[in-house]
Design a protein around this ligand. Structure first.
Ligand SMILES: [Fe+2]
Length: 163
C-alpha cells in the first residue's frame, strides 16, 4: 500500500516540476485502490476491528474513527481518480483543484495507515485469538489480490513493475 502511495507521489512530483509524469500509472494505482483495496481489503479490516470494539470505550471510538476513514478514503479516492481521468481526457481543470484533491487523498491515506500500523494492528495482535485470525483469513482472498497476489492481473502489470 505504501509502495503505491509512493509511486503516485513520485509522479505528482514530476508534474509539479513540470516534467513528464506517468499519468496512466497514477490512473492504474487509483484504479487498484478504489476498485480493489476499498472494496475487498477494507471490509476485512473492518471485521478485524470488530474484535477490538469490546476492549474498552476509547478503543471503540478509535474503531469508529477508522470506519469513517475507510468511507472518507473511498470518496476522496474516487474524486482524485475522476480528476486524473479528466486530465487524461484533456478536460480543462484548474491546477490548484487537482493538487488539492491529490494532496487530500494522499494525506488522509498516510495518516490512516500510520494510525493502523502504530496503534490498531499491534492492539489486534494482543487481543485476537488464533481462532479469530483463522476466521479472518477465510474472508480475505489475499492470493487473489490482482496486484500483490499469486497472479498479477494484466491490467496491473505496469503498476507492479513500477513499484
Ligand atoms: Fe484501513
Amino acid at each position: 500500500m505504501v509502495q503505491i502511495l509512493n509511486a503516485i507521489e513520485r509522479e505528482l512530483g514530476h508534474l509539479e516540476g513540470h516534467e513528464a509524469a506517468d499519468l496512466p500509472l497514477v490512473h492504474d494505482a487509483l484504479h487498484y485502490l478504489t476498485n480493489y483495496a476499498d472494496l475487498y481489503h477494507h471490509p476485512v479490516e473492518d471485521r478485524l476491528f470488530e474484535h477490538l470494539e469490546r476492549v474498552d470505550e476509547s478503543t471503540r471510538q478509535q474503531v469508529a474513527r477508522l470506519r469513517e476513514e475507510h468511507q472518507a478514503l473511498y470518496i476522496k479516492g474516487k474524486a482524485f481518480f475522476d480528476a486524473v481521468r479528466e486530465v487524461e481526457s484533456e478536460v480543462a481543470m484548474e491546477r490548484r483543484e487537482f493538487d488539492l484533491l491529490a494532496r487530500d487523498y494522499l494525506d488522509t491515506q498516510r495518516q490512516h495507515l500510520d494510525f493502523e500500523e502504530a496503534i490498531m494492528f499491534p492492539l489486534a495482535r494482543r487481543v485476537l485469538t488464533e481462532r479469530d485470525w483463522e476466521a479472518l483469513a477465510g474472508l480475505g482472498d489475499s492470493e487473489g489480490d490482482p496486484l500483490f497476489g499469486r497472479l498479477v492481473h494484466q491490467e496491473y502489470e505496469r503498476l507492479k513493475n513500477a513499484l
